[in-house]
Design a protein around this ligand. Structure first.
Ligand SMILES: NC(=O)c1ccc[n+]([C@@H]2O[C@H](COP(=O)([O-])OP(=O)(O)OC[C@H]3O[C@@H](n4cnc5c(N)ncnc54)[C@H](O)[C@@H]3O)[C@@H](O)[C@H]2O)c1
Length: 322
């Protein structure tokens, strides 16, 4: 897809971070944008920006895990802009960090509920409407590099994002005959508000096995602040959509990054490969340390308790953060 003029674009999580960056860039590119978000304060702030610009942007308060509300939001888009969206960006997401073995059912239910089932809810709600409208279109889900990596310091997140990668590849194949393109955006760090995700966690899923307090939230915020600018990320996304690329990896050397993470599966499948992988991991850690000038970028955050288990889970072995 190359022409965005007049396209109706529905963005989940569109009121903050990566989603807001997408809303800003694609609104400038000519889209009529709907930002859907669970946080009213984020929606209000974002709408103040768009009202200033006199941009055709509509806000909907939506929890993407609520399927009835999602259907109502889809109806609202048709009322406001006269058709189903031609573009859908599944961007809303939450994260939670801690050792895999500390994870509770609620950690899995919340993180997978938003990051994977929430994306599925977007697909099942909008894909039939887009096909029936017969205008083709484009769908993007924001995943993460951790979907390729099996990161044990954020297991539910990694599992959800691996699921999103697979989901988008399935839909990529299925939606081709309808002229609907599909991409999966897999960033590393982005400078966003995701460290505040815990504030949107529902009460019935509050039981976590991870350490979460003001200090860990602030520590994660400092790590996030070193990430990429959301509008710059949206520019990379736009180029990826124009090239109709299934996976969009915002890295200077995506091929090397992907080879490293995917070769581990090949290595993990043989006894010789297991040893080779252990050696490769050591080398990779050394490379990363050198790249960071000998510093561990997560040391201060780990010191604050970020990525650790809840204090009362004394049977869990200490480690150096995620
Ligand atoms: N920040 C990073 O370093 C990073 C890295 C890779 C991928 N990502 C992904 O980018 C996406 C956007 O996250 P972000 O970093 O911009 O965070 P963010 O917190 O700034 O924005 C996410 C938005 O989603 C909303 N949201 C959360 N749960 C929701 C729900 N149930 N229903 C509707 N909206 C909900 C939040 O209120 C927030 O406004 C996520 O999918 C995240 O996993 C982030």
């Amino acid at each position: 897809m190359k022409d965005f003029t007049g396209k109706v674009l529905f963005i989940t999580g569109g009121a903050s971070g990566a989603g807001l960056g997408q809303a800003k860039l694609f609104s400038e590119a000519g889209c009529k944008v709907v930002i859907a978000d669970i946080r009213q304060d984020h929606l209000d702030e974002a709408m103040a920006y768009f009202k200033d610009k006199k941009a055709p942007v509509h806000a909907i308060k939506l929890d993407i895990t609520d399927r009835k509300a999602y259907a109502a939001a889809a109806d609202e888009v048709e009322k406001v802009f006269g058709s189903p969206p031609q573009m859908l960006f599944n961007t809303a997401g939450v994260n939670a960090f801690g050792p895999a073995e500390a994870s509770t059912f609620e950690d899995f239910d919340w993180v997978i509920g938003v990051n994977l089932i929430g994306v599925i809810n977007g697909m099942v709600t909008f894909v039939p409407r887009m096909i029936k409208a017969g205008k083709g279109g484009y769908i993007v889900s924001t995943s993460s590099m951790s979907g390729f990596m099996a990161a044990s310091g954020c297991t539910p997140y990694s599992v959800a994002k691996a699921g999103v990668n697979s989901l988008m590849e399935c839909y990529y194949q299925a939606l081709k005959p309808y002229g609907i393109g599909v991409s999966c955006l897999c960033p590393g760090g982005i400078n966003t508000n995701i460290h505040e995700a815990t504030f949107t966690r529902p009460k019935h899923l509050a039981n976590t096995g991870y350490r979460v307090n003001q200090k860990t939230i602030e520590a994660e915020g400092k790590v996030n602040a070193q990430g990429m600018d959301p509008v710059e990320l949206a520019k990379i996304l736009k180029k990826g959509i124009e090239n109709e690329q299934l996976f969009i990896i915002p890295s200077p050397d995506p091929e090397r990054m992907l080879r490293f993470s995917l070769e581990r599966i090949v290595n993990f499948a043989t006894p010789e490969g297991m040893a080779k992988q252990a050696e490769l991991m050591k080398q990779r850690m050394e490379e990363m340390r050198k790249h960071m000038g000998g510093k561990n970028p997560f040391a201060a955050a780990a010191e604050a308790g970020w990525g650790k288990a809840r204090e009362d889970l004394t049977w869990i072995k200490e480690r150096q953060g995620p």
